[in-house]
Write a protein that binds this ligand. Sequence first.
Ligand code: IVH
Length: 697
Amino acid sequence: MSGGHAHRSAPADGGRERVDWLRREIERHNYRYYVLDDPEVSDAEFDELMRELETLEAAHPEWVTPDSPTQRVGGAPAEGFDPVRHRRPMLSLANGFDADEIRDFDRRVRERLARETGDPERVAAAVTYMAEPKLDGLAISLIYQDGRLVQAATRGDGETGEDVTANLRTVRSIPLHLGDRFTAEAPRVLEVRGEVFMRRSDFQRLNRGLEADGLRGFMNPRNAAAGSLRQLDSRVTARRPLSFFAYAVGYVEGGRLPDTQSGTLDWLRGLGFPVCPEREVLEGVENCLAYYRRLAERRPELDYEIDGLVYKVDDLAAQQLLGDVSRAPRWAIAHKFPAEERTTTLRDVEFSVGRTGALTPVARLEPVLVGGVMVSNATLHNMDEIARKDVRIGDRVIVRRAGDVIPEVVGRAGGERPPKNRVIEMPARCPECGSHVERPEGEVVARCTGGLVCPAQRREALKHFVSRRAMDIEGFGEKLIEQLVEGDRVHTPAELFALDRETLEGLERVGPKLARNLLDSLEASRTTTLGRFIFALGIREVGEVTARNLAAYFGDLDALMQADAETLQAVPDVGPIVAEHIANFFAEPHNREVIRALREAGIHWPVPERDAVGDAAANAPLEGNTYVLTGSFEDMTREEARAALEARGAKVTGSVSGRTTAVIAGVDPGSKVVKAESLGVPVLGPDELNTLLGRAG
Ligand code: IVH
């Protein structure tokens, strides 16, 4: 039922059936109100149904279910948010800032599609895109099992988010169950992804209310939405006017799905999800650009804030062929609106010291509202930039904020410069530790030479070490790390593992319970992956992807530590400069000592390691084989599967060809399976993958 045809005859008052009927009626009216924008009853009539249901549930508490509309008022405060591992990673989007960047994107799409399908004519064929606004809210994932909302999570870092089910149940426009609209063809498990946001009108009303109560209002709708979503007390969330638009389907089990992006959104709308009414299907890139001009003009009149548009290849099979690159799909791009700029006074410049000792000039500004956010600090990047922009302390400067990036000083505003304005100079000594600052010839960045003597470098290195994508040691927030460093309790990452209960309880705002949790998370983090460990070391220029490549290539840490710069360059992503940083890092006795201490503290990674020497068959049983992974796997991410295969000598590529040994398909595989079948390439499943990896199935 799509909300059109109405009430079946209402069951008699007071019984269990009446309760079920009331719930369906209420959900149906919600759907008509929030999704179709076409209510059938007045607010008063709606309230009456709600009250009747509340009364019945109060008389029969055993009838209350978590997905009853009465539960949208929220429940008792939670202690924290549990982590949720996304079954498929939640990706981010590449950005384009002008028409040429969008045309480049479109060209890459056409060229790649031609290559992937082996049909050179596709380079010239226009691609159909689905375009819609890029909402300035928060991405969330909703899991429905047999049509019932069972879990809602934030995006987090894309791999792991936070469980906010109790909070999202209170959002009126999110269906709690898909009810009659959920047909037999629908998937057993359905993950719907979309954006939670606050409408401008709701935001203004909320702020007026807060201010009338003597409370401080929120800066902008995005902060209001984020603040409301991450409430431990879901009753607070329930009182906040949050909205939701669905924009994609994530993980699915069973059922049949539409084969286009636009078809998916229509289907979701039919299931009861609000979707953005501004979405359009467009032929070719020039139509996307025309859509951009239309939307830019209409932007002020929309009741929600958008920071750009998103263009997605409409054909889902084509999306599969295009695949992803470094956490973003190749089949989509965000076309950003120009960032907002404002003029203010540069009061002073201070230098902040980063993890690698780099000194970054930070502008202290006369506070100014930029795009709804009060900005009082902005980055000046480095001394060359300062020289190029010719800014001095006391100048009027232009400040820009683009989306959620750090605000920056773009340059000097026009007008006369008072002669008293001071030239900005790089300090000779580190503001944090007093060590000598050096700027090697030809380098843009000046660095503190204090190394781990410098509290700022220690602090930043530790923050990086414990961070989610690195060792993921929960509970060690910024404040705690600062205390540990300032109190001289921890100097190296290894010393974290020597912390005991007493030391922790001696810290500010750490009670026995937190201390125990901290010790538990240290314990849990002792088992990790080699990739995470390498990333956590904080080697210059070694990001997550490079770290994983290193782990996959070398398979064990000792081999990596002994590798010279030349060997290192054989690793994908590693050029001469990065290779040198890596080799230098491991040549440094202090670093070797920290690594030794970390291993002694029990840090280990269970993936079977390759011996440094030994026979190839034992160490690289899959040498010479080439695999393609598609779909998602239950007990590991695709990246992990790739690393594990590569660690055993296999090659893993993105596209199927006659040379492919086999395609390994997880849940919800893409068109690669079709291609494999057409080429006669074997298709293996998750169990066979485990066998290949030498794991018990
Ligand atoms: S699609 C793989 N569509 O943008 C593509 N994202 O940078 C996944 N966002 O965190 C996203 N509006 O929160 C998509 N219409 C839209 C969007 C949208 C806002 C956000 C989303 C995500 C970020 C990606």
